[in-house]
Write a protein that binds this ligand. Structure first.
Ligand SMILES: [Zn+2]
Ligand SMILES: [Zn+2]
Length: 298
């Protein structure tokens, strides 16, 4: 039988392959997460399917100033390809339950970063909620990164919020690149980067220096730090890098620096549970057809 969407693609980019292999070596406990990320990075190279789904953002004049570019958009995806992709991920995460979860619903909830909807899908599909949240994070990655590739030029020229101007997520890292060492936040979902002043909390906009600080390791890696805010108890990792991380590498670097998370958590800091901005976006199938061959041939 012809089974076009059954196979997991591996990334062809050599640098990606090497980074994933190194992450595997160093983090054997994260094998399942890495397997899903590896699948997402491979799918990310399947650009045409996802780039065709990149929406037209609402004109700036109609968008609230604080709304990310992807708020209130409609993304029209190739339903067969999208469902196939989500099913492959679900099969990796939880063989046996993949058919009980609607791929399009999952993709939409994932793009919107809507954990309540995801948890409801998990309950309906007989899957653990945390496991489905990870699947959702990876499921949305190829679509969101395609949006960044195509729409980065349409981002507002100045952005004052701590959350991603493209997709509304909180940043995973703050990057300090080049000689100027300007602070640039990076989104782990869509890969977007945006500038924000050093003395300002990403999460609660605190600017009083006495309430902001950072930890660095006592020895070794001075290129990594943990930036914390004592007002909201939030933290974000800070990396000094020679060049900006490619979008696909952000989550790999996040994994590679889990010891920083441990330090932050031990000191009572945390990453917020909720996204910075609850995106309202619709993910629909090409043609909007309600008829599909779901469950018959695949
Ligand atoms: Zn983003
Ligand atoms: Zn804060």
């Amino acid at each position: 039988m012809h089974w076009p969407h059954a196979r997991i693609r591996r990334a062809r980019n050599l640098e990606t392959q090497e980074r994933v292999a190194a992450a595997r070596r160093d983090n054997p406990e994260s094998e399942q997460w890495l397997g899903l990320l590896e699948a997402a990075l491979g799918e990310n190279e399947n650009g045409a399917v996802w780039e065709a789904a990149v929406p037209s953002p609402r004109p700036a004049a109609e968008r609230p100033v604080k709304a990310p570019l992807l708020s209130d958009v409609q993304m029209t995806v190739d339903g067969r390809a999208a469902r196939g992709w989500v099913r492959r991920l679900l099969t990796l995460a939880h063989p046996g339950n993949a058919r009980r979860i609607d791929g399009m619903a999952l993709l939409e909830a994932a793009v919107c970063h809507d954990d309540e909807r995801l948890d409801a899908l998990a309950r309906a599909g007989g899957m653990e909620a945390p496991a489905l949240r990870v699947v959702a994070q990876m499921a949305a990655l190829p679509l969101l990164q395609a949006c960044t590739r195509r729409l980065a030029g349409e981002l507002p020229p100045s952005w004052w919020e701590g959350y991603c101007p493209m997709c509304g997520a909180w940043p995973v890292v703050a990057e300090y690149t080049g000689l100027e060492r300007k602070r640039r936040l990076r989104c782990g979902r869509c890969g977007t980067g945006w500038a924000i002043p050093v003395l300002r909390c990403v999460f609660c906009d605190e600017t009083w220096h006495e309430n902001l600080g950072y930890f660095t390791p006592e020895a070794g890696e001075q290129t990594h730090k943990i930036e914390v805010c004592d007002t909201c108890k939030g933290y974000v990792k800070g990396f000094t890098t020679v060049r900006a991380l490619p979008p696909w590498a952000i989550l790999l670097d996040d994994l590679a620096t889990v010891p920083l998370d441990v330090v932050a958590l031990e000191r009572g800091y945390r990453r917020p549970d909720r996204p910075g901005y609850a995106l309202r976006a619709e993910v629909v199938e090409v043609g909007g057809g309600r008829w599909s061959l779901e469950g018959w041939f695949r």
